[in-house]
Design a protein around this ligand. Structure first.
Ligand code: NAD
Ligand code: PRE
Length: 365
C-alpha cells in the first residue's frame, strides 16, 4: 500500500511528526490537512509535509483511508459530528490524544465505532507546533491503539502495520486501562512538575536565589512544566477521576515521607531511595517492543572518510556479524551517531567490549 489518502485535523508537534513519517515511508501518500492557523498551512505546504490544506471539513475527507485527529483532546472530539457524514466505510478514524475514555464515549454516542481506533503515541516533548515536529519523533516508541469492540480485525491489522512502518511499536490496550496507566506515568508527573516549579517561584526571594542556583536535579524533573497549558488543561479535565485517584495515593506517600523525616526514621528514608532506584533502573530509556528485540549500539564517529569501514573491519575480523548499520539522528541523540545492529545479544556485548578497547565512545540504549 503506497498510494493512499490521509486527512489530518490539527497539525502541530505530533500531527506534523506523523505526517513527515508517512511522507517518508510512503512516498505516494496524499495528505490533506485542516488547521487553525494560516501560517502553519503555508509552512506545511512549502516544506512538502502535506499536499493540500483545507479551510473546511468537506469532500476531501470522504476520500481518506485514514483520518488523524491531532488537536488538543477536547478540540478533537468537537470535530467528530462534522466528520461523520464524510467517512467512507473502510476509513480508519483515529486520534493521537493523551486521553481515550472521553473520545470513545463520544464515538459510542455518535455511532461511529466501526471506523474508530483510538491512538496514542507515547513520545513527545514540551515543545509545540509543526516547526518542532520530527520524522523520528515516534521511532521506537510505543504507540497505544484502543480499538472499539465493533471495528473490524482487518482495520486493526491495517493500522498496526502502518504504525510499524513508521517505526513505532503498536500496543493494543483497553481505553479505560490506557487512561488509568497514563494518569500515573504521564498526567500526574506533569502536575507534579508544574506545582513544584510554582512552589519554587512562590518560595524564592527577591534576588531569585533559588532560580539562580537551580541545577540538574530541578531541571530534569521539571522539563515538562514548560509544556502547553492549552493541551494539559484539556488532558486533566478529560481524565479527572483517574488523576484524582493517583494524586491521592501520591499525597499519601508524601505524607508518609514527611512522617518518616519528622520521626528520624532513617531506615524508611533509605528504603524510599533504594526501592525507587532499583525500579527506575529497571525501566528502559528506549521503548522496546515485546515482539521484536533489537540488539544495537550507538557509536560516536569522527567525521572522516573510511570511519565506518574501519569499525566494520574491527567487528568482522573478530567474527562479529553486523545485521544493519547506519547513521541515525533521533530524539535520543542531538548529534548524529552510528547505529550498529547485531543478530543476538551475545554479539552486541562482545562488540561493546571490543570497540571500547579501540577507544570508540559507545552508548547502550
Ligand atoms: N506533546 C506531546 O508530548 C504529546 C504526545 C502524545 C500525544 N499528544 C497529543 O497530541 C495532540 C496534539 O498535541 P501536540 O503536542 O501536537 O500539540 P501542538 O500544540 O504542537 O499541536 C496542536 C495543533 O492543533 C491545532 N489546534 C488546536 N485547536 C484546534 C482546533 N480547534 N482545530 C484545529 N486545530 C487546532 C493547533 O493550532 C496546533 O497546530 C493532543 O491531543 C495531545 O494530547 C501530545
Ligand atoms: O517527553 C515529554 O515531554 C512528554 O511529556 C511526552 C508525554 C509523556 O511522556 O508524558 C506527554 C504526553 C503524551 O500524551 C505522551 C508523552
Amino acid at each position: 500500500m503506497n498510494d493512499f489518502k490521509v486527512g489530518f485535523i490539527g497539525l502541530g508537534l505530533i500531527g506534523g511528526s506523523i505526517a513527515k513519517a508517512l511522507k517518508y515511508f510512503y512516498p505516494g501518500v496524499h495528505i490533506t490537512a485542516h488547521m487553525r492557523s494560516q501560517e502553519t498551512a503555508r509552512y506545511a505546504l512549502s516544506e512538502g509535509i502535506i499536499d493540500e490544506a483545507c479551510t473546511e471539513i468537506a469532500g476531501a475527507y470522504g476520500e481518506c483511508d485514514y483520518i488523524f485527529l491531532c488537536a488538543p483532546v477536547e478540540a478533537n472530539v468537537a470535530y467528530l459530528q462534522t466528520l461523520k457524514p464524510f467517512l467512507k466505510e473502510d476509513c480508519i478514524l483515529t486520534d493521537v490524544g493523551s486521553t481515550k475514555t472521553d473520545i470513545h464515549e463520544h464515538i459510542n454516542a455518535l455511532g461511529m465505532q466501526k471506523n474508530f481506533i483510538g491512538g496514542h503515541p507515547m513520545a513527545g516533548s514540551e515543545k509545540t507546533g509543526i516547526v518542532n515536529s520530527k520524522r523520528h519523533l515516534l521511532e521506537n516508541a510505543y504507540y497505544v491503539l484502543t480499538p472499539t469492540e465493533e471495528v473490524s480485525p482487518d482495520k486493526v491489522k491495517r493500522y498496526e502495520n502502518l504504525v510499524q512502518t513508521i517505526k513505532a511499536l503498536p500496543l493494543i490496550l483497553d481505553y479505560r486501562e490506557h487512561d488509568y496507566v497514563t494518569a500515573a506515568i504521564s498526567h500526574l508527573p506533569h502536575l507534579i512538575a508544574s506545582s513544584l516549579v510554582n512552589l519554587v517561584k512562590d518560595s524564592d526571594n527577591d534576588r531569585e536565589s533559588m532560580k539562580t542556583v537551580a541545577a540538574g536535579g530541578f531541571k530534569d524533573i521539571t522539563r515538562i512544566a514548560s509544556s502547553s497549558p492549552e493541551m494539559w488543561e484539556q488532558i486533566c479535565s478529560t481524565n479527572r477521576e483517574n488523576i484524582i485517584t493517583v494524586l491521592d495515593n501520591y499525597i499519601n506517600s508524601l505524607i508518609s515521607v514527611k512522617i518518616a523525616l519528622a520521626e528520624h526514621d532513617s531506615h524508611k528514608i533509605y528504603e524510599l531511595f533504594d526501592t525507587s532506584r532499583d525500579y527506575r533502573n529497571s525501566i528502559s530509556d528506549v521503548s522496546r517492543g515485546p515482539l521484536k528485540k533489537v540488539y544495537s549500539i550507538y557509536c560516536d564517529m569522527v567525521d572522516e572518510a573510511g570511519g565506518i569501514a574501519a569499525l566494520a573491519t574491527i567487528l568482522a575480523t573478530n567474527g562479529i556479524s553486523i545485521k544493519n548499520i547506519g547513521i541515525v539522528h533521533n530524539r535520543e541523540f542531538e548529534e548524529a551517531v552510528l547505529q550498529v545492529e547485531f543478530y543476538e545479544e551475545e554479539a552486541r556485548k562482545k562488540a561493546v567490549g571490543l570497540l571500547r578497547k579501540y577507544r570508540y565512545t559507545i552508548y547502550e540504549r
